[in-house]
Design a protein around this ligand. Structure first.
Ligand SMILES: [Zn+2]
Length: 242
């Protein structure tokens, strides 16, 4: 196939996907995007970079949130026995033009199996806590688990800048935010298993309320329903699934 024909096909595919509720890269085809993500530096290099170039931490006033009516929301959500495949972890503020990114904890956990935990630098430890939704009351409920490693993801977002490929790195907290907060508060180290950018991309359930063409979990009927609920603001990190 000629290049122009390939490009025409790629544009057509992207148009169809976006019509079906998928997020699509702006100026790269899906193959080019994935190749861009794969071209990331090594994990230690990326962690080093992210530790030096962390987010703005100015507003720490509401880092630890009070529970509604004194009832720990974290613990009450757990007792609902939700389908583990529907558990999402959402973070915002970086990449994807500020859209909230929702990870499937179920998929992320699968990728994390067998990885050696890495102790976070103080900066990344703080970053992990800062981007999470921490319920103050819950800190007292997880003390016995505080030494268990968390799960972090590194996101690499390729983009064309004046024809050159540029990668934006983001550090994402997937699991263990309360353990991280408790150890942070007490000045103890915290270790995490780290997903590579490709694993991170494949664990991403939704970008904003759009489906991710690289998500390996597949979009079942239940997943589509969840996305609809998210679109209506009925489900999300601070609005437990009904
Ligand atoms: Zn609790």
């Amino acid at each position: 196939m000629r290049r122009s024909e390939r490009e025409r096909q790629a544009r057509k595919t992207a148009y169809q996907m976006s019509k079906n509720g998928f997020w699509v890269p702006k100026d790269l085809s899906l193959d080019e995007y994935l190749a861009g993500v794969k071209s990331h530096p090594t994990i230690p290099e990326m962690l080093n970079y992210l530790s030096e170039n962390h987010r703005d931490w100015e507003d720490e006033s509401d880092l630890f949130r009070p529970s509604k009516d004194g009832v720990c929301e974290k613990c009450s959500v757990r007792t609902l026995n939700l389908d583990p495949t529907s558990e999402l972890k959402s973070t915002s503020n970086t990449g994807f033009e500020g859209a909230e990114v929702h990870f499937s904890k179920f998929i992320a956990d699968r990728f994390a199996v067998g990885k050696e935990p890495i102790t976070l630098t103080l900066n990344l430890h703080r970053e992990f806590v800062y981007q999470s939704w921490i319920e103050a009351a819950h800190l007292g409920h997880i003390r016995e688990h505080m030494d268990e490693p968390g799960l972090a993801a590194i996101e690499a977002q390729p983009e064309l800048n004046d024809g050159a490929l540029h990668i934006t790195l983001s550090f994402r907290a997937i699991d263990g935010s309360h353990r991280a907060a408790l150890t942070y508060k007490e000045g103890k180290p915290f270790a995490v298993r780290v997903l590579t950018p490709v694993e991170t991309l494949k664990s991403t359930f939704a970008i904003g309320t759009k489906k991710n063409p690289f998500f390996v979990g597949g979009y079942t009927e239940a997943a589509e329903l969840l996305l609809e609920q998210m679109t209506r603001g009925e489900a999300g990190p601070n609005a437990p699934l009904k």
